[in-house]
Unconditional design. Structure first.
Length: 245
């Protein structure tokens, strides 16, 4: 999994999408899908615990894995703040090797689309190998429906009275044949309008045709493959796949 979150981007994410912040109803959707899961659940790309912690509070046994040490550090802070516990692992999904098997593995909010296409089959196979018999994956994939190439947006996020984080996002291009988009995200920490620290990340996102991804899952041995758009209740650029081992 690509490393896209450093110190500033993690802080920006934490302030704009804190624990319990539901993106278009995703926390409620995943809560419903996991309501009858009694065994362990793994959240891949756990981030700061935005979804992990609400699930734990609903008595779901969730572990988390992420490649970003900054995100995991913030997740531990949030776990302590909310007085809950979880096992967290710093690993690349391409080399996933955990001590447990799971009844479900989830990857919400389109994080799966950060994976390079050449890695995807291996990651999905790693998920399969970490599932108990009959266990399921629930994965969000994002389509570039609303993305426009060669556009730039700027967002100012106040941190204190004198400090702010400025995010400049430049959408570079959409490669239709390769099915990928690329954006340059620049984060600047400013104090009294003077830049104290900066961080740049290149977000490359890949997308898939609906039948294309279903066929890939079936080729890797998954059964009962299904999908829902917009968490089953709205028009959206998010497609959620559910499949069983």
């Amino acid at each position: 999994m690509t490393k896209e979150y450093g110190e500033l981007s993690t802080t920006f994410y934490e302030l704009t999408k804190p624990v319990g912040y539901s993106i278009d109803g995703d926390i409620e959707y995943y809560s419903e899908k996991l309501a009858n899961v009694s065994g362990r659940v793994l959240e891949a790309g756990v981030g700061t615990g935005r979804m992990l912690i609400p699930l734990i509070k609903q008595s779901v046994k969730v572990d988390g894995v992420d490649l970003s040490p900054q995100m995991l550090k913030q997740c531990r802070v949030n776990l302590k703040k909310h007085q809950v516990e979880a096992m967290l692992f710093e690993q690349d999904l391409i080399h996933l090797s955990l001590p447990h098997k799971y009844d479900a593995i989830i990857m919400p909010a389109g994080s799966f689309c950060l994976l390079q296409k050449k890695m995807v089959a291996k990651v999905l196979k790693n998920f399969y190998n970490h599932l108990n018999p009959g266990g399921k994956i629930i994965i969000d994939l994002e389509m570039p429906i609303f993305l426009q190439a060669k556009t730039t947006t700027v967002q100012n996020l106040p941190v204190t009275e004198d400090v702010e984080i400025v995010l400049t996002c430049h959408s570079e291009k959409i490669e239709w044949l390769a099915q990928k988009t690329s954006c340059i995200n620049k984060y600047e920490l400013k104090e009294k309008e003077k830049v104290q620290k900066s961080e740049t990340s290149n977000f490359v996102l890949y997308w898939y045709g609906i039948e294309e991804f279903a066929m890939l899952l079936e080729l890797l041995g998954y059964k009962c493959v299904s999908h829902e758009i917009g968490y089953g209740h709205q028009q959206s650029d998010m497609i959620t796949y559910i499949a069983q081992a």
